[in-house]
Design a protein around this ligand. Structure first.
Ligand code: IPM
Ligand code: MG
Length: 356
């Protein structure tokens, strides 16, 4: 029987609660589809700072590298806000992305039919469905460029650098073109090529790459226009590929449009099969420990893990189908509407398991 080793980074806030439910669901699918899962815990973020003084202990990197895949809850919270920038929980997150080489971040923004009313956009704009895949470059650009403090003739100043080389652009471009081939064959590359030199190289590279994918329609949008188009007509998008910082911003916008922020999963992949999977929402310290967090985004992250890292597509399908089904009747408080059954975090995990 296949046995997969998964590192769990439960993290902070609601992280441990939602990871528990995702593990429950993964174990249930393992039983049903005939594989085994072994778990190892490791520390990342605020809990790592409390236990070891740093947000990303070397031991965590070693454990992740030795596993088949990584499941992350969420990191951060007000408790660690006074940490210096380089020792914040977020620095641990950037550190693990870099250490594992997770250059490709897949952030699907989809609307679940039963949650259609949750979108802040009018129905005629949102249409019957919204299904956008944002492919965000995750280990380059301004997040990892040279930064520092300096002074302009005695006036304190600071700088961050946006830099991409062709290899970095090509490898994220290939992920996006391959993704578009599996979907509706439309790719939108987002940049700021009217101003930024790094964006001009980005655009040239995407155009060159498109020769290898004659079936994919490639279009280019400036990031400001893309932000506008996402609320004007989100239906026009299939796959979006963009830089680290633009992807950070646009993926928040797209997830809000879907109205399903508590539902959305994400995958961060490197050039091997190893990936890190996590909900796109944060650690929600305000509701931590109350048993009311929605575990579905983390559960759906497990589905992405099964699809992209573990080659268990049937198990992934089963989880996605169960999550879609459960929403018809059962809701955590964040997505509760009248007539539905209101459940706790663990009850939601149980309800999904029961449908698998
Ligand atoms: C995200 C988050 C992170 C990012 C923060 C917490 C560093 O906003 O995953 O989108 O900016 O990448
Ligand atoms: Mg973000």
């Amino acid at each position: 029987m296949k046995n997969y080793n998964i590192t769990l980074l439960r993290g902070d806030g609601i992280g441990p609660e939602i990871v528990n439910e995702a593990v429950k669901v993964l174990d249930k699918t393992a039983d049903k589809f005939g594989f085994k899962v072994t778990y190892t815990d490791a520390l990342l973020g605020g809990c790592a700072i409390d236990a070891t003084g740093v947000p990303l202990p070397q031991e965590t990197i070693d454990k992740c590298l030795a596993s088949d895949s990584v499941l992350l809850g969420a990191v951060g919270g007000p408790k660690w806000d006074s940490q210096p920038g380089s020792n914040r929980p977020e620095a641990g997150l950037l550190g693990i992305r870099g250490a594992l080489g997770l250059f490709a971040n897949l952030r699907p923004a989809v609307i679940f039919e039963p949650l259609r009313d949750a979108s802040p956009l009018r129905k005629d704009i949102i249409g019957d469905a919204m299904d956008i895949m944002i492919v965000r470059e995750l280990t380059g650009g301004i997040y990892f460029g040279e930064r520092g403090r300096t002074d302009d003739d005695g006036v304190p100043a600071a700088y961050d650098t946006e830099k991409y080389n062709v290899n970095e652009i090509e490898r994220i471009g290939r992920v996006a073109f391959d993704m578009a081939m599996k979907r509706n064959k439309k790719l939108t590359s987002v940049d700021k090529a009217n101003v930024l030199e790094s964006s001009r190289l980005w655009r040239e590279t995407m155009i060159r790459l498109s020769a290898e994918y004659p079936e994919v329609t490639l279009e280019h949008l400036y990031v400001d226009n893309c932000a506008m188009q996402l609320v004007r007509n989100p239906k026009q998008f299939d796959v979006i590929v963009t830089s680290n910082i633009f992807g950070d911003i646009l993926s928040d916008e797209a997830s809000m449009i879907s109205g399903s922020i508590g539902m959305l999963a994400s995958a961060s992949l490197n050039s091997t099969k190893l990936g890190m999977y996590e909900p796109i929402h944060g650690s929600a310290p305000d509701i931590a420990g109350q048993g009311i967090a929605n575990p579905l985004a983390t559960i759906l992250s497990v589905a992405m893990m099964l699809r992209y890292s573990l080659d268990e597509p049937e198990a992934a399908d089963a989880i996605e189908a169960a999550a879609a089904e459960v929403l018809k009747t059962t809701r955590t408080p964040d997505i509760y509407t009248e007539g539905m059954k209101k459940v706790s975090t663990t009850e939601m995990g149980d309800a999904v398991c029961a449908l698998i």
